[in-house]
Design a protein around this ligand. Structure first.
Ligand code: PLP
Length: 393
C-alpha cells in the first residue's frame, strides 16, 4: 500500500523510539532505568482532578466552542496578565489538544509551500517535522555550547531570506534547559520586526526555572513584539497534565481565527473534561506548581555535580525544564564507539539505561537525560553509566 508523499518523508520521533525499545526490554523482565521521560513524574494536583470529575458529574460532557470554553480562555487571559503583564482578547486565544497541536495547527495556517522557518539547533524534535507537514522548509542555525546553545542576532540575520516566514524560539529549551534573557530576546525580536517574521515562542517550560533564572516572554518586551509573536503554552509541564492534552496559542487575531477554523474541521474542540480541569489549574492555587518546580531544582542541584564527574561527560548546567543535555563525544571515544548514537544504544543494551540520543535534536554529539524521575532512580542510573564507561576505557 502506498502512502501519501507528505507522510513518507516523516521521521518518527526518536524520543518515542528509544522509549519503545526500553519498554520492550522491560517487558522481557530486564531492569531498565528510563531517563527519556518528557513529562513530570508527579500526579496532577488533586483540585484539578476533582474539578474535572465534578464537571463530568454535572453533565458537562458535550462539545464546546472549537477554540475552547470562554471560561478557560478567561483563565488563560488572567494568567497572561498575572505572569507576563500582557493582555489578550478572547479572539486572540485558541485552546488546543496540547501545545504540540497548537504548533501543528499554527504551521498549517501560516506556511505556504517552500516558506522557510528558522529553527535553532538543538531543537525540539517535532518542529522540523511539523514544518515539513505544512509544506514549509526548516532553516537551521546552531546555538553553540560556548554560547549556552543560544543563537546570536548575527546568526539569525544571516539565515533570513525573502522566503522566511517564521522563527521559533523555545525558552526554557527542550533539550538544553537554557533560557534567553530579556536583552537577548529583544535583540532577536528586533530583527524579526525589521523583517516581518512571525515569532513562534514556545513557552511550555515557563514554570520550570531554577536558581536565579527567570522566564521572560518575548511578547512582554514591547507592544510591537507582542503583535509579532504567537505564544505557545499549556498545562502539560507546569501542572503535570501531559495526558490531559490541553495547550493554547495566543497572538494575532487573524492567525488565531484561521487556526480555529482548521480545528473546527479536525478536532472540533479540546476534550471537554480536560478544559474544566485546566480552568481549575489556572484559577486555583499555584502552590503545587511551585512545589514541583522546587523538587526539580533540588534534584538538579544534587545530580548535576555527580553527572559532570563522569569520565567523558560534560554538560552546561541547565537553567530550566527537566533535562540535562550532555556532551558525550569524549565518552563515546574513550569507550570505543563510533558515534554518540552507538554509545547510547550500548548504554541501553549493556547498562540498561535509556537516554535520548542528541541526533534527534539536531546535535549528534549529545545525549539527553531527563530528571523527571526519582532521585534514587537517577543516581542509580549514574552509577550504571559510570561503571559502563570505566569498564570499557
Ligand atoms: N514544546 C516542547 C518544547 C515540548 O518539549 C513539548 C512536549 O514535550 C511540547 C511543546 C508539547 O507539549 P504538549 O504535551 O502540551 O503537547
Amino acid at each position: 500500500m502506498t502512502l501519501a508523499k507528505r507522510v513518507s518523508a516523516l521521521t518518527p520521533s526518536t524520543t518515542l523510539a528509544i522509549t519503545a525499545k526500553a519498554n520492550e526490554m522491560k517487558a522481557e523482565g530486564i531492569d531498565v532505568i528510563g531517563l527519556g521521560a518528557g513529562e513530570p513524574d508527579f500526579n496532577t494536583p488533586d483540585h484539578i482532578i476533582e474539578a474535572a470529575v465534578r464537571s463530568m458529574k454535572e453533565g458537562k460532557t458535550k462539545y464546546t466552542a472549537t477554540g475552547g470554553l470562554p471560561a478557560l480562555k478567561k483563565a488563560i487571559i488572567d494568567k497572561f496578565i498575572r505572569d507576563q503583564g500582557i493582555d489578550y482578547k478572547p479572539s486572540e486565544i485558541i485552546v488546543t489538544n496540547g501545545a504540540k497541536h497548537a504548533l501543528y495547527t499554527l504551521f498549517q495556517v501560516i506556511l505556504d509551500e517552500e516558506d522557510e522557518v528558522i529553527i535553532p539547533i538543538p531543537y525540539w524534535v517535532s518542529y522540523p517535522e511539523q514544518v515539513k507537514l505544512a509544506g514549509g522548509k526548516s532553516v537551521f542555525i546552531t546555538g553553540t555550547e560556548e554560547n549556552q546553545f543560544k543563537i546570536t542576532p548575527e546568526q539569525l540575520k544571516e539565515a533570513i531570506t525573502p522566503k522566511t516566514r517564521a522563527f521559533i524560539i523555545n525558552s526554557p529549551s527542550n533539550p538544553t534547559g537554557m533560557i534567553y534573557s530579556k536583552e537577548e530576546l529583544r535583540a532577536l525580536g528586533e530583527i524579526c520586526l525589521e523583517n516581518g517574521i512571525i515569532i513562534v515562542s514556545d513557552e511550555i517550560y515557563e514554570k520550570l526555572v531554577y536558581d536565579q533564572h527567570q522566564h521572560v516572554s518575548i511578547a512582554q518586551i514591547s507592544p510591537l513584539l507582542k503583535e509579532q509573536t504567537i505564544i505557545i503554552n499549556g498545562v502539560s509541564k507546569s501542572h503535570s497534565m501531559t495526558g490531559w492534552r490541553i495547550g493554547y496559542a495566543a497572538g494575532n487575531e487573524k492567525i488565531i481565527k484561521a487556526m480555529t477554523d482548521l480545528a473546527s474541521h479536525s478536532t472540533s474542540n479540546p476534550t471537554t473534561p480536560s478544559q474544566y480541569g485546566s480552568i481549575a489549574a489556572y484559577n486555583g492555587t499555584q502552590e503545587p506548581v511551585e512545589e514541583m518546580r522546587k523538587a526539580f531544582e533540588e534534584r538538579l542541584n544534587i545530580i548535576y555535580p555527580k553527572l559532570i564527574s563522569i569520565p567523558g561527560f560534560s554538560c552546561v548546567k541547565p537553567q530550566g525544564a527537566f533535562y540535562l543535555f550532555v556532551n558525550a563525544k569524549e565518552a563515546a571515544e574513550i569507550t570505543g564507539y563510533s558515534s554518540v548514537d552507538a554509545f547510547a544504544k550500548g548504554l541501553l543494551e549493556e547498562a540498561n539505561v535509556a537516554v535520548i540520543p542528541g541526533s534527534g535534536f539536531g546535535a549528534a554529539d549529545y545525549i539527553r537525560l531527563s530528571y523527571a524521575t526519582s532521585l534514587a532512580n537517577f543516581e542509580n542510573a549514574l552509577t550504571r553509566i559510570t561503571s559502563f564507561i570505566t569498564r570499557k576505557m
